[in-house]
Design a protein around this ligand. Structure first.
Ligand SMILES: O=P(O)(O)OC[C@H]1O[C@H](O)[C@H](O)[C@@H](O)[C@@H]1O
Length: 433
């Protein structure tokens, strides 16, 4: 949809002035919504609020009869175009170009796709096959809004298991998985190893830093300490760990460039990634195209190890033995909120945690942090922050052992246990109390 606001193509009435997508994205099927785009990017909350208010006003001010007339007039003006073909052909052209203008640079590669019955099935017939790849074993390519097989989301463990199984069962070179509306993606190498979360960021950073040495990589707040070391020590880049939320990450990368700090990649652990070279569009298909480029160009230069070229690129990334996310709910109707908002309550919890940490010599608050309370200790770290949308405080913990993770969790529990509207049962269970 965003792409259609940028492409010059008269036959397809492009560039369009704006576009709207109806999707629940990676959320359950009953949480559909609208995403709005103009050539400046996806609209944010204030614009959407404005549009909805205007729409409500228009609706209020027209009599029923007028609305019927308007509907008829609008439907007469509708023209259907197969824009997906235009979009996909740009992806195909990008891979051909990267491989040195070879028509079928993926000939002989076996690549399976799991679209989770979202919109990503096109990638098989319109991108991989024209490039020569074998795609047998690809699954759940037909859109079905009830998602009968698994939730289409690379953050979902069942979804990742499904694509890993498809890769191993088919002895494929690579697996690719998308979320419903293809703004999140992840991959799996031929041995079933995931390129997901921090490992996907590490891989994308390696690719981008080859192209733009020294550049800044902007990520969300829940990324590992090991990722920072990898980006800065191994790849020679700079890791700017910002806030959660793909829009936050993208906007921050754009801001950095505007103040003279070069950034080419903005990416979240959720698998949402956007590149400067692709108009800062959080396009999961384009992210996967960057991996295909790597496969294809390795082949052109005589390396024929399939996905090994990708696996090798993340060598040296330190990964924690334990990584958990516990989501602590705030009961909005609890008397402890004293009629206040869950956000204020959440902020009070964070303040209390921050104060406690300052008094504990074993814990160290992150010197630079843009969201919530991030703390190092016992060889690991934790981050407690407010969810972007829900009355929830997500707690991420990474540590070298379960024991160390429990120590961090116990410190958080002790600091927040007075907040009776906060459901700490997941934390209590983790600590084993
Ligand atoms: O703050 P949370 O509840 O963890 O949600 C965070 C997520 O919210 C939305 O789904 C955004 O699309 C993601 O970019 C973001 O990562």
């Amino acid at each position: 949809m965003f792409n259609s606001t940028l492409t010059e193509n008269e036959e397809f009435s492009c560039p369009v002035d704006g576009s709207i997508m109806i999707t629940a994205s990676h959320l359950p099927y009953n949480r559909n919504g609208f995403k709005f785009f103009t050539s400046a990017g996806g609209l944010g909350k204030p614009d959407i609020k404005d549009i909805l208010e205007r729409a409500a006003d228009i609706y209020k001010n027209i009599a029923n009869d007028d609305s019927k007339g308007a509907e008829t007039a609008a439907s007469l003006d509708v023209k259907r175009v197969d824009y997906m073909s235009v979009y996909a052909s740009n992806l195909v052209a990008a891979v051909r170009k990267a491989a040195g203008n070879i028509e079928k640079p993926l000939e002989g590669f076996h690549i399976v796709v799991d679209a989770g019955n979202g919109a990503g099935g096109f990638f098989v017939g319109k991108v991989l096959e024209p490039l020569g790849a074998i795609t047998s074993g690809s699954q759940f390519l037909e859109p079905d809004g009830l998602f009968p097989n698994h939730i289409p989301n690379p953050e979902d463990k069942t979804a990742m298991k499904a694509i890993i199984k498809a890769v191993l069962d088919n002895r494929a070179d690579l697996g690719i998985i998308f979320d419903t509306d293809v703004d999140r993606s992840a991959a799996v190498d031929s041995s079933g190893r995931e390129f997901n979360r921090n490992r996907l960021i590490a891989l994308m950073s390696a690719i981008i830093l080859e192209e733009h040495p020294g550049t800044t990589i902007v990520t969300d707040s829940v990324t590992s300490d090991g990722l920072t070391t990898f980006i800065e020590k191994k790849l020679g880049g700079k890791h700017h760990r910002f806030k959660r939320g793909y829009k936050n990450v993208i906007d921050e990368a754009i801001r950095l460039n505007s103040v003279g700090e070069e950034a080419h990649l903005a990416i979240e652990t959720s698998g949402h990634g956007a590149l400067k070279e692709n108009h800062w569009l959080d396009d999961g298909a384009y992210l996967m195209v960057k991996l295909l480029n790597k496969l294809a160009s390795a082949r052109t230069s005589g390396l024929d190890g399939g996905s090994k070229v990708l696996t090798d690129m993340v060598e040296g990334l330190e990964e924690p033995a334990v990584a958990v996310e516990l989501r602590l709910k705030i009961d909005q109707n609890h008397p402890d909120l004293q009629g206040g908002s869950f956000r204020d309550y959440g902020e009070a919890v964070l303040k209390q945690l921050e104060n406690t940490v300052e008094l504990d010599a074993k814990l160290l608050k992150a010197p630079v942090n843009y969201e919530g309370v991030r703390v190092s200790g016992y060889g690991g770290w934790f981050l407690l922050r407010l969810s972007l949308h829900d009355p929830v405080l997500p707690l991420n913990i990474e540590a070298p052992s379960k024991e160390d993770a429990v120590k961090l969790a116990r410190d958080v529990l002790n600091a927040v246990k007075e907040f009776t509207a906060l459901d700490t049962s997941a934390l209590t269970k983790f600590v084993g109390v």
